[in-house]
Design a protein around this ligand. Structure first.
Ligand code: ATP
Length: 359
């Protein structure tokens, strides 16, 4: 079933869920869009302040009804309660409440997460090069690959082998181009990602974050999986994330997905640092001429519409793909080259907009 058909089927099924005060959920004005990703289905129910407890049973019933329709996809139903603090927090797809309370990760001053609405938009490439560009600004930086379903940081940084484990049980992170790096890929046996759902995924994230000897870092960049899922909820609930960078390609569809990824952040009190448009335009390798192959300015307009900062555009250049595939990211191997410049400008804009990240 196509995602749009599935979303429509879910909406119809929600007609069976009664809500407090009479009526049913599918016709309720506070029901958000239904977000369908390859691995998850998420929606929110906005309720008047103080009504969260009354809506609890409706939320549970909605989650159960939807779970029957969507098989193994994770179902996330959130109640958003106006300005009053929600009394019942988000739950993981397996139904357990997310433990409350964010705690600092020892040695790490700031965390920036990099996400995207959908896969394949260049999120990991952007995360690695932004991390290197932040380092070029004089900061101590690490990178954590939390993209369970497509861990690509090892390839992008040319990492080999498993991280060492110290006597006290802490991982010793890899080091590449001055970055401390850990990847959830190191903890997966090939093709095993599919069984790493729900609690296993979130406990792997917790371990990688808190049981790695990062040393002293100014900024840890976390490469999130595409879309929205348990890893996102787990991270946003357990750690103080300074902000999220969303990567999108200029095509409308990717931007719609990016908007959905952005929409989830306020629910977790996580700020959005801004939008990056990747594969924005094509630079011909022979003439250097620029072609706006998807039309130009889509992400910048989307950022303006959403009221979030536009952080910059990265061209579609063969050398970015070749360098990335060979474990030679442009910002590390030719920091003054034209490919690196776009990532460095983005990092500089992030620091200008959020000067606390440099402290
Ligand atoms: N600006 C660019 N120019 C050329 N190729 C690019 C660019 N950005 C990314 N790529 C290439 O596109 C492919 C996907 O990039 P990447 O793995 O970073 O995407 P992703 O969004 O993290 O994907 P996934 O969802 O699979 O993790 C890679 O082969 C990468 O080298």
């Amino acid at each position: 079933m196509a995602d749009t058909e599935l979303a429509a089927a879910i909406k119809s099924a929600l007609a069976a869920v009664e809500i407090p005060g009479g009526g049913e959920l599918s016709g309720y004005a506070g029901l958000s869009d239904i977000i369908v990703t390859p691995g998850a289905v998420a929606f929110a129910i906005a309720v008047a302040p103080g009504m969260e407890t009354a809506f609890g049973p409706a939320r549970e019933q909605a989650a159960a009804v939807v779970q029957k329709l969507v098989g193994t996809r994770k179902v996330m139903v959130s109640l958003t309660g106006g300005k009053a603090p929600p009394k019942s927090g988000p739950t993981f797809s397996h139904g357990k409440p997310v433990p409350a309370g964010k705690t600092a990760v020892p040695g790490i001053k700031h965390i920036i997460a990099v996400g995207s609405g959908k896969g394949g938009v260049g999120k990991s490439t952007t995360a690695v090069n932004i991390a290197l560009a932040l380092q070029a600004e004089g900061l101590k930086v690490g990178i954590l690959d939390a993209d369970l379903y497509g861990p690509s940081i090892p390839k992008l940084l040319g990492l080999e082998g498993q991280p060492a484990i110290r006597d006290d049980g802490m991982f010793t992170p890899h080091e590449a181009y001055g970055l401390k790096a850990m990847s959830i890929g190191s903890m997966l046996v090939k093709d095993q990602a599919v069984v790493w759902r729900g609690p296993m995924a979130t406990s792997a994230l917790r371990q990688l974050l808190r049981e790695t000897a990062w040393g002293q870092l100014d900024i840890l960049v976390i490469d999130l999986p595409p879309g929205t899922g348990d890893i996102h909820i787990s991270l946003f609930q357990q750690a103080e994330v300074d902000g999220v960078v969303i990567v999108s390609t200029p095509q409308d569809l990717a931007l719609i997905d990016a908007k959905k990824a952005i929409d989830m952040l306020p629910r977790f009190g996580v700020p959005i640092l801004g939008l990056v448009e990747n594969m924005s335009y094509f630079i011909a390798p022979d003439t250097g001429a620029r072609y706006d192959i998807f039309g130009s300015g889509g992400a910048e307009r989307a950022a303006a519409d959403l009221g979030v900062p536009f952080l910059g555009a990265v061209p579609l250049v063969i050398s970015i793909r070749e360098g990335s595939d060979a474990g030679r990211p442009p910002v590390a191997v030719s920091p003054n080259g034209p490919e690196a410049q776009s990532f460095r400008a983005i990092a500089q804009r992030i620091l200008q907009n959020s000067p606390q990240l440099s402290r």
